[in-house]
Design a protein around this ligand. Sequence first.
Ligand SMILES: [Zn+2]
Ligand SMILES: [Zn+2]
Length: 76
Amino acid sequence: MADIQTVGGCKKCGSDAVTCKYNYFEQGDLEIHSWEHKCIDCGHRLTTAYRSDDEDIDFAAEQVNQCPYCQRIGTK
Ligand SMILES: [Zn+2]
Ligand SMILES: [Zn+2]
C-alpha cells in the first residue's frame, strides 16, 4: 500500500496540487523506501529511493521513512 498525501508547494509552478507518495518494499534482507513528489499541474517530479543494499549510503543512519522534500513521516 502506498501512502499518498497532497502537500502542495510546487517549486516550479507554485501549484498546490503536489502529491507526496511513500512506497515501502521488503523482501528478505532487502528494504526499499521510495519517495516521490509529483505536481499534477506541471508534471514536475522529484524522486528519492533508499535501498538497504546501496553501499553509497549509510542506510541505518538515514531517515528512510521521512520524506526528503517535505519532511513528513511515512506510514507503511
Ligand atoms: Zn507544478
Ligand atoms: Zn513529501
